[in-house]
Design a protein. Structure first.
Length: 307
């Protein structure tokens, strides 16, 4: 199978409260269309190279959110409103008025709050297995539920690794990647490391994860308000398997209830992917990019900006 050539890539920083936000950019500055893509709770902009590769002719702007990647030294407080304001600052730095925004996992929540706080900056949303408030089971506290969902990821943030290879070995055995290990995932994992050997550690701030996780649950203010007030067209792409390649983060029934409630929300199933490989696997990334392409086709564009 012939692979699409990788688009040009550059690394930039954008001034935000407390310092500089790291941003990866794929594609040319004079591209006819631009999308803003937003990663998940313990991820980085390196979640997006395969999606960018499947969007030829589109500039893809991907920040490392505050507390993650090369933005991990930025101070708190964190939370979706702060991430939304940081994303608006990215749009300002690239002189973009309105764009299609694509959010994976927690990035979906940040994208929804961006659309709520800065509605004029967003033309349409693509929510990739994230953004809809997570339903807490009866008799489970929010803290317990966060631990249920993110437990292994939270454990990883307190660990140290003697080398890049040892961190790659740790991830190679992760259930989500057992059948999809690739150079893209190796690059994603290697970028995540911070510090110096033999005490390398994941770059994500534990405090950032704690503060941000609570806002993803049903009943919290910023996300629930943004979802219930959703006026922008949005499509939700559901992964049938979750973070550990087993139970999904969202059941079809739960997604259907939100789709019935929100008149601007449509849904799409992405077959045979999990919560990670929906963007980090070849098949998932191609389908996500296809959905983004369909959204972009609905918008009249000016140079570098999706109107």
């Amino acid at each position: 199978m012939t692979r699409v050539p990788a688009p040009p890539y550059e690394f930039r920083t954008v001034p935000v409260r407390g310092g500089e936000l790291a941003v990866g950019v794929w594609g040319d500055a004079d591209a006819a269309q631009t999308v803003l893509v937003v990663h998940g709770v313990t991820a980085s902009h390196q979640s997006w190279p395969l999606v960018a590769q499947n969007l030829p002719g589109v500039r893809v702007i991907a920040p490392d959110l505050r507390g993650r990647g090369r933005s991990n030294a930025l101070p708190g407080p964190y939370g979706m409103p702060q991430h939304a304001d940081d994303l608006a600052a990215v749009l300002d730095a690239f002189d973009l008025d309105r764009v299609v925004v694509v959010g994976h996992s927690m990035g979906g929540f940040a994208s929804l709050v961006l659309a709520h706080r800065h509605p004029e900056r967003v033309s349409e949303l693509v929510l990739v297995d994230g953004g809809l408030p997570l339903a807490v089971p009866p008799d489970v506290t929010p803290a317990e539920f966060t631990r249920m969902v993110l437990g292994p990821a939270q454990d990883r943030l307190s660990m140290t690794f003697e080398s890049v290879d040892s961190y790659l070995d740790f991830w190679r055995h992760h259930p989500a990647f057992a059948n999809d290990w690739s150079q893209t995932i190796k690059d994603y994992v290697a970028y995540d490391l911070d510090g110096d050997a033999p005490e390398l550690r994941p770059s994500t701030s534990y405090r950032a994860v704690e503060e941000d996780s609570a806002e993803q649950l049903a009943g919290t203010n910023s996300v629930t308000s943004a979802v219930e007030a959703l006026a922008h067209p949005a499509i939700f792409l559901r992964a049938p398997r979750g973070l550990l390649d087993a139970d999904p983060l969202y059941t079809p029934e739960y997604v259907a209830k939100w789709s019935e409630k929100l008149t601007t929300l449509s849904t799409m199933e992405v077959d045979d992917v999990n919560h990670y490989t929906i963007v980090l696997g070849d098949a998932g990334a191609k389908l996500v990019a296809g959905a983004v392409t369909q959204v972009l086709a609905r918008h009249t564009t000016k140079a570098g900006t999706t109107a």
